[in-house]
Design a protein around this ligand. Sequence first.
Ligand SMILES: [Zn+2]
Ligand SMILES: [Zn+2]
Length: 277
Amino acid sequence: MSELRWHPLLEQWVVVTAHRQGRPQMPGDWCPFCALPEKYDVYLYPNDFPAFEGGCDVVLYSPEHTKLPSELPVSQWEKVIDLWARRTAELQADPGVKHVAIFENAGAAVGVTMPHPHGQIYAFPFMPPRIEKELASVGKSDECLYCLIRSKEVENDVRMILKSAYFDAFVPYFARFPYESCIYSRRHAKGLNDLTSEEKADFAGVLSQMRKKYDALFGFPMPLMMILHQNVHFYVEFLPLQRSKTKLKYLAAVESAMGTFLEDVIPEDAAAQLRAV
Ligand SMILES: [Zn+2]
Ligand SMILES: [Zn+2]
């Protein structure tokens, strides 16, 4: 199984997952998610090759193999959101789980070989360093830093992408990835289980619109990472890897070894383009 190794220079865990090397690439004519014995709409599937013991699920968004997330109807996103909420509550109730990460890696550029629409849920046995750092920053502020970021973006308006009844989508001033964006709950709510059913339905609509925008931007499915944050103030982060129609963003020496991001697209321009599609 996987092994945690402590990196003494960075003071963080490295998860050795060599056993995952044997996990299947997409077989040419067979999909395990299509071969499930029961009929389903959305489905929680335990990962056969977990990075951590116990806590890695695959979330199937649809029974339709070739359906892109951007093509899912809003009603389908509502079902996915309900599953995410239920699983979040279950995992957060486990004292061995220190952080619940709901995310999706989308596209071959992010290493995804299985086209069947799906995301993942990792139940971390430790607090991931990025989250720890973020929470430390949040802890220094008297008012909610997320509420502050959101209200400043709304006031500035130049990086807004869309506003729904309960959510705001924008490119943050401090974006690191090309065409990075986020969806913030307008109300100070911690996570999916703190949203009303009306807010969840509205969130499904915004999620759908944002996925459509990303795939419309260059006319092909945008390789991206989508991450839900349910620590202090609910928000979703989109980290795309395409810096233009023909060029990918690589996390090279400056990013990977120095921890400093070179932003290839001006956030205000990215927002204008995402607004327009
Ligand atoms: Zn399939
Ligand atoms: Zn807040």
